[in-house]
Design a protein around this ligand. Structure first.
Ligand code: F6P
Length: 428
């Protein structure tokens, strides 16, 4: 049976667990083995310290019954999951749920690439963060690191990989696939893999899922985690609003979004904020004068509170960064407003995914497995997106390059061009 592994990489986002669950369950339902890579690219580079040979004997475990004829809960008989075998129980996924800190106790120390069964991902839909862990990995940026990653994938017999992460993680995925034949040739030459393994693993199939709270990937309308982060921001701003109105205060609320103002803009609309600062749409002319004009008008109309939402990557027209403290100083000095700054930080990233993220991650996870099963050496690697409420496949490198082009246009102060490019499916 083909072996499909799924990993999460880069900053976590709500819905990543739902994506892992969907990939694992669809893989099993489609007669494949489901595997997970813990700790992102770092885990792939580290691999399994011991027992690599043991991992390759997965086909010796009982074959899967036909999913059509049996309810899903028995589609994979107990005991076929390595994870459960190590623990010696047929648990409900508590093994991976425990996290890395418990790795040693659970017999996972030195094991980063694991086979999982149906029950291992049960109950994952509503969990925040990523239960299989994520890490930033310097080693993967070096060719030696990617060679180790390739060797580890091959020694576990993995045929296909689903990577859920942001544009940096997906760039890494594309590079791995592009270099794959050279990596395999080098491993064969050094005797680290056999000729049979080199033959079976001539091609690596990769599919990307976009997990990012920033909603910053060009070519797709929504990324996994953005809707949850937005909901979290709205709850926070609602709370801030009541205390702001009580004291007639101004609040400057900083939200995430390094290169993308989607969260700030949507939160501005959803909370009826007075002013928003974004990276892609700096205020006209002198931002201080423009903002004070708008806010003073709102106060004159009788508003008791002032809410300004600022994306962490907000820029002025001349591309100088605008910080919450800059804004606070202007509000205090020019408008005499009693002003507080609130940085929402990582509360936006963690916590339970909202329904929209669970659904998006599930639909896209299922589509990722379909794309892998249909992939041929000739088809490109895809990233799974959503356009106008339809799940889509976009060429991975195209999506990544277009995202980078957006940033370049902002750097050239071509703000309209940047926004048009982020919205369009095709590069101009
Ligand atoms: O890309 C997602 C994001 O949440 C950004 O909005 C933010 O700038 C960044 O990650 C923070 O990342 P970390 O705290 O993991 O370094």
């Amino acid at each position: 049976a083909p072996r499909i592994a799924v990993m999460t990489s880069g900053g976590d986002s709500a819905g990543m667990n739902a994506a892992v669950r969907a990939v694992a369950k669809s893989a099993i339902l489609r007669g494949c083995q489901a595997w997970v890579v813990r700790e992102g690219w770092e885990g792939l580079v580290r691999g399994n310290a011991e027992g690599e040979e043991e991992s390759t004997d997965g086909d010796a475990t009982p074959p899967h019954p036909e999913p059509e004829t049996l309810p899903p809960s028995v589609a994979q008989p107990p005991g076929t999951s390595e994870a459960r075998r190590w623990r010696g129980t047929y648990g409900q996924g508590e093994l991976l749920r425990e996290g890395v800190g418990e790795a040693e106790e659970l017999g996972l120390k030195g094991k980063y690439i694991l086979r999982v069964g149906w029950d291992d991902v049960r109950g994952w839909m509503d969990q925040g963060g990523t239960l299989i862990g994520t890490a930033r990995c310097a080693a993967f940026r070096e060719v030696a690191g990617r060679q180790r990653a390739a060797r580890n994938l091959i020694s576990c017999g993995i045929d296909a990989l689903v990577v859920c992460g942001g544009d940096g993680s997906l760039t890494g995925a594309d590079r791995l696939r592009a270099e794959w034949p050279e990596l395999v040739a080098a491993l064969l030459e050094r005797g680290e893999i056999s000729a049979e393994q080199a033959q079976r693993h001539r091609h690596l199939k990769i599919v990307g899922l976009v997990g990012s709270i920033d909603n910053d990937m060009a070519t797709t309308d929504m990324t996994i985690g953005a809707a949850t982060a937005l909901a979290r921001i709205c709850e926070a701003v609602d709370s801030i609003s009541s205390t702001a109105a009580s004291h007639s205060r101004a609040f400057v609320v900083e939200v995430m979004g390094r290169h993308c103002g989607w969260l700030a803009l949507m939160a501005g609309i959803a909370t009826g904020a007075d002013y928003v600062f974004l990276p892609e749409r700096p205020p006209p002319g002198d931002w201080r004068a423009d903002m004070c004009g708008v806010l003073a008008r709102h106060r004159e109309m009788g508003k008791r509170k002032t809410i300004v939402i600022v994306a962490e990557g907000a820029l002025a027209r001349d591309l100088t960064p605008i910080s919450p403290d800059d804004i606070k100083a202007v509000l205090a000095e020019r408008l005499g407003l009693d002003t507080r700054v609130t940085t929402l930080g990582h509360t936006q990233r963690g916590g339970k995914p909202v329904a929209a993220d669970r659904v998006l991650a599930t639909l896209q996870g299922v589509e990722a497995v379909e794309a892998l099963l249909e992939a041929t050496p000739e088809t490109p690697s895809y990233v799974i997106g959503i356009r106008e409420n339809k799940i889509t496949r976009i060429e991975l490198m195209h999506a990544v390059q277009q995202t980078q082009l957006v940033a370049q246009r902002i750097e050239k102060q071509d703000f309209d061009g940047a926004l048009a490019l982020r919205d369009s499916e095709f590069a101009e």
